[in-house]
Design a protein around this ligand. Structure first.
Ligand code: SF4
Length: 894
């Protein structure tokens, strides 16, 4: 396989989650196909649906292709000069802390490094924070409290080798699918671990687990404190390890003992005593335990205490520093770890050094500035508060969409509206944040960028360029470097390529290190350009140049000797007394809202919404509720509901999900104003932060859910995407989605009109043959055909019609329609006023297999294994992302 960037196949890495899969990208003219890199240690050839569909996200029509200054196309010279001049002027008039960068875990390490050096070094302010603050700042704070360093102490192979894997607040099957597949494969081999899932919500991950503990939101620390107490009482604490390698055990145990016995823990957590005891027994009997946690732990106002409650148990039982065990924070973004390494968090200085005087002096000398930042900057939530207050007057946002992703998004938007200067570098032209930008800088996208990323297990991999850069786009490192030069810092930013930056990054990590800091890339500080180009994936630290003959380091090696990065080299157990949620549900807001990711979308959908296959699984934004809550609040499946919290509201389709616990709701985090009328999950969360990590709560917010009275539901499908206005401006609800052969728009109307048929006809392409079918109690369907090829369909009904979307979209693939297909198309009115039939949701994105087809296969054709379903329907036989859902459907028919 060629690594030649000028060849057709290039080894690179996926643009999405923190698993960091290796990708083989292959170009056929304008078409790019992606397959898993069999030689990449993170994925061994696997990719999930998002990774496989990377090629279909590379459309040019949504790209920002030229700099825009005040909305007008401008040259790079003009745009860069304006950014540099505005930042210089603001700093001169108001000081370094009047400017800020808000960056992203989507940046490559080299981009991140120069952004951090410009802000903390050249400008001398700590005001650079990253959207990773919303993702893993809590994990960082927890590791640092325990280990004295931000060190992930285990890796993916440890997950496979464990006897027990405890998943806490992690829907691994959807959010990190390839790692879930590795776990599955390990279990299928017969030697893999027992899996326990702790999550208030039933998920594809919990359905696959051996034991699901649906604990009350916010009670994770109680459960782990109870475990420490129980381990102590059952003589399962590793006394020798505790006494030789840790401090704080007695105080920590005393705090844990306050939680009482399993019965008391079960009561607080809302669990059965037997389930609590089952977890405790499993933990104590397992020689190797990995506790893997994600946003359910991190996105909490008591998140750092949850993390330390987990780490406490691992330290007390010596469950780290050897194969198959460790407390494992898995990150959301592809390069959140790279951001941690360079200092992209406002609370870090650089290269895993903080703001102690010694570190500030060391980094200042290394960078060669007279003075650099001496204190932490504003963290994300505080940063936008400071923008709103006018303290920050110039903000440069890079590769992220805070108008959507931040909590209290109404407040964040108001802050952006008032900010005298908002600069946005992004590869996409239209985002909700772009609406507030005075200057937009076109950044190179995935496939056009070149550099390194670090995945959740500390593995550094190359992300390689294999496409020409679109339009006038430039890599982020180049944009930042040019602004730095224009601001007068040319001698400090004299890079000619990303290898130059990487070498400096590595050199800083090893500068006056001598084993005192965990992060050390000294062995890579003198890489030649060729060696950088061909760099194979490797774990850090790399203090010495890699040698072929040396055994490859493993993530769990870091603490194998039981020496940590605290002053006394001992790990710290931390007494944990805080738990719970910041605000309970009450009479006015009786439902606790949770938020998170869907299987096939990524962040604010700027890329994944370009891939038709990824849109099929969940094409519109939903609020998921228990059927009991549906009855309590007068809601039926498919209704439209207003979801209101104390800080905002959204309007979403209702999905009644039998597994949801009463009193809880879930909304996906992905939809922005680009794709729906009012579906911002961030608008609902008020965003109180964890006091130690400054990471905002995004898992628990009291809301009320109210039915929105709909007089007409509609579906509009059209082959050619057209401007959404005026279609959606007339509606009280809309969501749009791109399918393979058509654009789909879901609509709902709260007010009646005199002639719906006229309205429907007005939204079909002009001048074509129109077919119609209408029944007074079932609705109206109009289809526009050109030489028997469907160009547009409008379906209207008093009942919800969203479940018809896959069936109707399918007619766009027939060119031309047969007579039978024309009849079927027109026969497709909803069957009753209250219950719309259809073909269900698409479960398998690769083959477009619907839930109805799968259910028929299981029930009527006796396809009672995933292999049988794959053979007969294709479902699950390609990327495997849907296998947990297939298993769920099979077991539900038992
Ligand atoms: Fe990309 Fe999927 Fe791998 Fe994550 S699991 S890195 S999204 S292919």
């Amino acid at each position: 396989m060629s690594d030649d960037p000028n060849g057709r196949v290039v080894r690179t890495t996926c643009a999405y989650c923190g698993v960091g899969c290796g990708v083989l990208a292959e170009r056929f003219g304008d078409v790019v196909s992606t397959t898993g890199d069999p030689d990449h240690p993170a994925n061994h050839g696997r990719l999930c649906a998002k990774g496989i569909q990377l090629g279909s996200t590379l459309r040019q029509d949504s790209r920002l292709l030229h700099p825009l200054v005040d909305g007008v196309e401008a040259s790079w010279d003009k745009a860069l000069a304006r950014v540099a001049h505005s930042f210089r002027k603001t700093i001169a008039e108001h000081g370094p802390d009047s400017v800020a960068f808000y960056v992203s875990g989507q940046l490559l390490t080299e981009d991140y490094y120069v952004a951090n050096k410009l802000m903390k070094g050249a400008i001398g302010s700590g005001n650079i924070d990253t959207n990773s603050r919303l993702c893993m700042a809590t994990a960082v704070a927890g590791y640092k409290r325990a280990f004295g360093s931000d060190t992930v102490p285990c890796g993916y192979a440890d997950v496979e080798q464990a006897d027990l894997v405890v998943l806490v607040g992690s829907n691994l099957a959807w959010c990190h699918p390839v790692l879930h597949q590795r776990l599955d494969a390990s279990r299928a081999s017969g030697r893999g671990p027992v899996v326990v899932c702790l999550d208030p919500r039933p998920t594809a991950t919990s359905a696959d687990a051996d034991l699901h503990l649906s604990l009350k939101p916010g009670t994770d620390a109680v459960l782990f404190n109870g475990l420490l107490n129980w381990l102590n009482e059952h003589d399962a604490v590793h006394r020798d390890y505790v006494s030789k390698h840790t401090t704080g055990f007695a105080q920590t145990l005393a705090a844990a003992q306050q939680m009482g016995d399993p019965a008391a823990v079960a009561q607080v957590c809302g669990l059965r005593v037997a389930d609590v005891e089952a977890l405790y027994q499993l933990f104590s009997k397992s020689d190797r335990v990995v506790t893997l946690y994600s946003q359910g732990v991190n996105q909490s106002s008591v998140g750092t205490d949850k993390v330390n409650a987990i780490i406490n148990v691992h330290l007390a039982t010596a469950q780290l520093g050897r194969p198959g065990c460790g407390p494992f924070s898995i990150t959301g973004q592809p390069n959140a770890m790279g951001g941690r390494e360079v200092g992209g968090l406002a609370s870090q200085l650089a290269a895993h050094m903080g703001f102690e005087a010694e570190s500030v002096d060391r980094v200042r000398r290394f960078w060669g500035f007279d003075r650099i930042a001496e204190k932490p900057g504003y963290t994300a939530v505080e940063l936008f508060d400071r923008v709103a207050k006018g303290d920050v007057k110039a903000l440069w946002i890079m590769g992220t969409n805070p108008a959507v992703s931040m909590p209290n998004s109404g407040h964040v938007r108001e802050a952006l509206r008032q900010c005298p200067l908002v600069v946005l570098s992004d590869c996409v032209a239209s985002t909700d944040t772009a609406a507030f930008a005075h200057i937009q800088l076109p950044a190179a996208g995935w496939g056009e960028k070149d550099g390194t990323v670090t995945n959740s297990e500390r593995m550094i991999s190359r992300q390689r360029r294999f496409l020409p850069t679109a339009g006038a786009c430039r890599p982020d490192w180049w944009i930042i470097t040019e602004v730095a030069r224009a601001m007068g810092y040319a001698e400090h930013f004299d890079y000619t390529c990303t290898a130059d930056i990487f070498r400096e990054h590595a050199a800083l990590s090893t500068f006056e290190n001598n084993g005192s800091r965990d992060f050390d890339l000294g062995g890579l500080a003198n890489l030649s350009n060729d060696a950088y180009e061909s760099l194979e994936p490797l774990y850090w630290p790399v203090p010495d140049a890699p040698r072929d003959s040396a055994p490859a380091a493993k993530p769990h090696d870091m603490f194998a000797a039981g020496r940590f990065f605290t002053p006394d080299r001992r790990a710290r157990l931390v007494p944990v007394t805080r738990s719970g949620i910041y605000r309970d549900a009450d009479e006015s807001f009786p439902v606790l809202l949770n938020s998170g990711r869907l299987r096939d979308q990524w962040h604010t959908m700027t890329r994944t919404a370009e891939a038709p296959k990824l849109n099929q699984h969940t094409p519109e934004p939903m609020v998921y509720l228990s059927p009991l809550d549906g009855r309590r609040h007068g809601l039926s499946d498919g209704d439209i509901a207003n979801v209101r919290s104390r800080c905002g509201q959204a309007r979403l389709r209702v999905c009644l999900s039998p597994g949801m616990s009463p009193g809880q709701a879930f909304v996906p985090m992905h939809w922005s104003d680009q794709f729906a009328s009012s579906a911002l999950s961030g608008s609902l969360f008020s965003g109180p932060v964890d006091p130690l990590s400054a990471q905002p709560e995004l898992k628990s917010e009291p809301v009320r859910v109210e039915r929105f009275e709909v007089v007409r539901h509609a579906l509009v499908l059209r082959r050619q995407a057209q401007p959404l206005a005026p279609l959606v401006t007339e509606a009280d609800y809309f969501a749009r989605s791109r399918f393979a052969d058509c654009e789909v728009i879901f609509l709902a109307f709260g007010a009646d009109r005199s002639c719906w048929e006229t309205w429907a006809g007005g939204h079909l392409p002009d001048g074509l043959q129109t077919l119609s079918a209408a029944q007074s109690n079932r609705g109206l369907l109009l289809a526009a055909l050109s030489e028997n090829v469907v160009e547009g369909v409008v379906l209207l009904s008093k009942a919800p019609v969203h479940r018809q979307v896959h069936r109707l979209a399918g007619y766009f693939a027939f060119e031309p329609l047969t007579v039978a297909q024309r009849q079927q198309l027109l026969g497709g009115l909803p069957s009753t006023e209250v219950s719309a039939d259809g073909e269900g949701e698409v479960i398998c994105a690769c083959f477009g297999t619907t839930s109805d087809a799968i259910d028929v296969g299981i029930e009527s054709a006796g396809l009672r294994s995933t292999e049988a379903l794959g053979d007969a329907l294709g479902a699950g036989s390609n990327c495997g992302s849907c296998l947990p859902e297939l298993r769920q459907r099979i077991s539900s028919k038992d």
